[in-house]
Every structure is written in structure tokens, then in C-alpha cells.
Design a protein around this ligand. Structure first.
Ligand code: SF4
Length: 429
């Protein structure tokens, strides 16, 4: 039997009514341009043109260093001093760059103009540029725009802004359309393939993923669209899909066995799958995942963990680590708390979890030091200083780059947390 959580019971407990500590001070986060690294791998005929500075170009290049050997599907159009001083028409320059790019790369079907801090400082209207270029290339390329600017964002918001920019271009469903399922949020192809297999075994055949692998694969949206969020940082995209009539299925996120089972269960309930058929579809992957978590549990049970706010995955990860691996949660920081999206996750967290929203980094560092956690999950900027103080850290960004969703990745996800602890133990031996 699979360990299906009693969702009704879980919904009445946990941290549902807990008010987090809200702090709005200095923050240590990456900007939304970072999302390009996983988005360009997902939508295979899209290109991301950052309109930004050399700093933006360096960020993208160093985050995606491996791409040096391939024909990259992202680049930066550098805004230089002449542009900043108003000595050149930036729109003309941008059109020139886009024309050259599309001439050289005819396989591009979807071009994103990605705004940055510099493009926002000079008030470059990228939505007008996108409309102008879309009209010019109407027959062959769609041109969209969104902001990856670092002002007031976290790095995963880049994906939200990107997907939200695509929603208005999705067709509307016909009134008599059969119900279908849209899984929202970038997943590795291997994870999507596993999910499709489980949905099909349950008898759910009409499943689409957003973003799609190909720009032309545009799901129609309407009242018969049921949404399952695969990532927790997609509040704007969700709002826009709901405005087109789509209905969100309440579920936790597919991390760990419990989260994945409850996530599939939400779809099963919406599509009238019988309990027997559901059990049959999830039994084998659940058994594999249970076996793969056993070893990690010996390293993690009883260990304490402190989350700085970074990826917006903190709450689902904390739920997985505490409930399935026995870790002790000292503080679970999240950049933003979206109560609708997190409702099921909050209900499953231990009721005494210390939640914080936003950041005042010095105060949070003091809280962290005072509690001496066994493991700290944080951004790259904090990891090295904390390691030098003797703490063991895990980069939050690695959890976004790595396939961690679903049954067959549960062991790999746990392993991401055991590895730094084991490394520290070896160094100390
Ligand atoms: S968008 Fe802003 S924060 Fe991001 S790399 Fe460019 S200048 Fe830096």
C-alpha cells in the first residue's frame, strides 16, 4: 500500500494559521535572469535576449558555463554608455541585434526580450519593442517580453514572469472541450515522462505541460482546464491562467513520497479515478522511493536544518525533510508566503515550525548562529561566509537546477541534503 496522506485531516492542522515573522530589510538574493538557465533548456526553440549590462551578461555566462560548447539559446544585448547617455536610439540598436539574430538562427520560434535593471533605469519599453518585432516577424517568430530585473525579486520569479508573458498568447478552450490537465512549472524532461506514465496508468490521457518543450505546443485554456502546480513560485502565472477560467487543484508539491502521492491524488480526485486504479498506478514507484529514502534517513533523522529565504521551495522542502526524513526545522524562511499556493504545504508542516517571510539578513544570520544548525540552506552569497564559520551549507539554487520532483527523484533529493553532512563528517574525521 502507498502511504497516502489523509488530506482532509492534514488540512486542519500544521501551520495553516501561523503568522510568520515578517522582515523587510537587506536581502541576499539572485535576480530573475537566473531562470533563463533552466527555461532555455526546456523550450527548445526559444531564445532569451537579455537587454542589459555586462554584469547581466557575466551573471548568465557564469551560471550557465557549460553552454560554451553549444550554440547557446540566450545572449545579452549590452546597453553601453552611449545608450545610457541617450546618445543612441536604443530601439534602433535593439532591432538591429534582433534582425541579425533571427537571420542567423532561423530555428528560433519564440524570442523573449528580457528586461534588466539597466533597461528599467533608462525606461526602455520592451513591451512596445516586442509588439513591433512580433508584427515584423508575424509569420515565423513570436516576440514576448518580461522582466528579469533584480530589483525586488527572487531568482525564481524570472520563471513566473516568463510564463506569465506567455499566458495571453494561449488559445481559449471551446465551450464543449473535454476536461484536461495542465501541469504548470518547468520540470526536467525525464520527470515529465515519468509523470505522464503515472497519469496514463490512472487513465488521465489529456495532460499538457506548461512551459512546453516546443513553442508551438500551445495548450488551450478555459473552464475545463484543471491546473496542477509543479513549482511553488508561479503566483502571477496562476492568477492569469485562472483569469482565463482554469481551475487550480489544491495539492502540495510533488517533492518526496507524500507530496508526490497527494499531488497525483488531487488529479485522480478531479478526474474520477477509482482508489483501486490510483493505488495500482502509484504502488510500484512508491515502493522504489521508500527504498531509496531509507539510507538517507540514517544520516538525516534528528539533524537540525535552517532555511534562509531564496528559491521559494523552502516550505515544501521543509515539509519533506521533517515528515519523511525526521529532520528538525529550526527556521523556515521564504521570500514570499503565497497562502493559496502553500495551503496544503502549511497544513502538513509541524505546528510549532518557526516561519519567516522576507529577510533582514543580519538579524537572520544572528538567529542562525544562535541555533547552530547541522545544515543551512541558503543562497550562494551566504554559503561561503557561513562555511568559514564552521557551518555546513547547501546552495538553494542547486535544488532548482536538479530534477527533484516525483517518486523516482525522492532519493536524489534526500541525497542533496546528506552529501554536505557526509562531506563535513569526513573533513572532521
Ligand atoms: S538584472 Fe540587475 S541584478 Fe540582475 S545581473 Fe543585471 S544588473 Fe545585476
Amino acid at each position: 500500500m502507498s502511504p497516502i496522506i489523509p488530506i482532509k485531516q492534514a488540512a486542519s492542522v500544521g501551520c495553516t494559521d501561523v503568522s510568520p515573522l515578517v522582515q523587510r530589510g537587506q536581502r541576499e538574493v539572485f535576480c530573475g535572469l537566473t531562470g533563463i538557465i533552466w527555461l532555455h533548456r526546456k523550450i527548445q526553440d526559444a531564445f532569451f535576449l537579455v537587454v542589459g549590462s555586462r554584469t547581466c551578461a557575466h551573471l548568465i555566462q557564469s551560471a550557465a558555463g557549460v553552454m560554451i560548447f553549444a550554440e547557446p539559446r540566450f545572449a545579452t544585448a549590452i546597453i553601453d554608455e552611449r545608450d545610457l547617455a541617450g546618445l543612441a536610439d536604443v530601439n534602433d540598436e535593439l532591432d538591429k541585434v534582433v534582425n541579425q539574430l533571427l537571420e542567423r538562427r532561423p530555428e528560433i520560434k519564440l524570442l523573449f526580450l528580457v528586461g534588466s535593471c539597466p533597461s528599467e533605469v533608462i525606461k526602455l519599453d520592451l513591451s512596445r519593442a516586442a509588439s513591433r518585432l512580433s508584427a515584423q516577424y508575424a509569420s515565423s517568430v513570436r516576440v514576448l517580453n518580461y522582466s528579469g530585473s533584480g530589483i525586488e525579486t527572487t531568482f525564481t520569479q524570472g520563471e513566473d514572469a516568463c510564463l506569465a508573458s506567455m499566458v495571453p498568447t494561449l488559445p481559449s478552450q471551446g465551450a464543449d472541450a473535454a476536461p484536461d490537465l495542465l501541469v504548470v512549472g518547468t520540470l526536467a524532461d525525464v520527470v515529465e515522462d515519468q509523470f505522464i506514465r503515472v497519469f496514463n496508468q490512472m487513465g488521465i490521457e489529456r495532460v499538457r505541460f506548461f512551459p512546453p518543450r516546443s513553442a508551438d505546443d500551445q495548450a488551450a485554456i478555459g473552464p475545463n482546464t484543471r491546473l496542477l502546480l509543479a513549482q511553488p513560485f508561479l503566483g502571477d502565472t496562476l492568477r492569469m491562467l485562472q483569469a482565463k477560467g482554469a481551475q487550480l487543484l489544491a495539492a502540495p508539491f510533488p517533492l518526496g513520497i507524500e507530496g508526490t502521492t497527494a499531488w497525483f491524488q488531487a488529479a485522480a480526485k478531479a478526474f474520477g479515478v477509482t482508489p483501486e486504479r490510483f493505488e495500482a498506478a502509484v504502488a510500484a514507484p512508491t515502493a522504489r522511493a521508500t527504498a531509496s529514502l531509507a539510507r538517507a534517513k540514517t544520516h538525516l533523522a534528528g539533524k537540525s536544518i535552517f532555511f534562509f529565504p531564496d528559491s521559494q521551495l523552502e516550505i515544501p522542502l521543509a515539509r519533506f525533510l521533517s515528515r519523511e526524513l525526521g529532520m528538525r526545522l529550526l527556521e523556515v524562511g521564504t521570500p514570499y508566503l503565497h497562502r493559496q499556493v502553500m495551503a496544503m504545504e502549511l497544513a502538513m508542516l509541524p505546528g510549532d515550525t518557526f516561519l519567516s517571510e522576507g529577510q533582514d539578513v543580519e538579524k537572520q544570520l544572528d538567529r542562525c548562529r544562535a541555533q547552530s544548525p547541522d545544515l543551512v540552506v541558503c543562497g550562494l552569497g551566504l554559503a561561503n561566509p557561513l562555511e568559514s564559520e564552521g557551518m555546513t551549507t547547501k546552495w538553494a539554487i542547486e535544488l532548482v537546477f536538479t530534477p527533484i520532483q516525483g517518486y523516482d527523484q525522492a532519493g536524489d533529493l534526500a541525497e542533496l541534503f546528506t552529501r554536505p553532512l557526509v562531506r563535513r563528517m569526513r573533513l572532521a574525521a
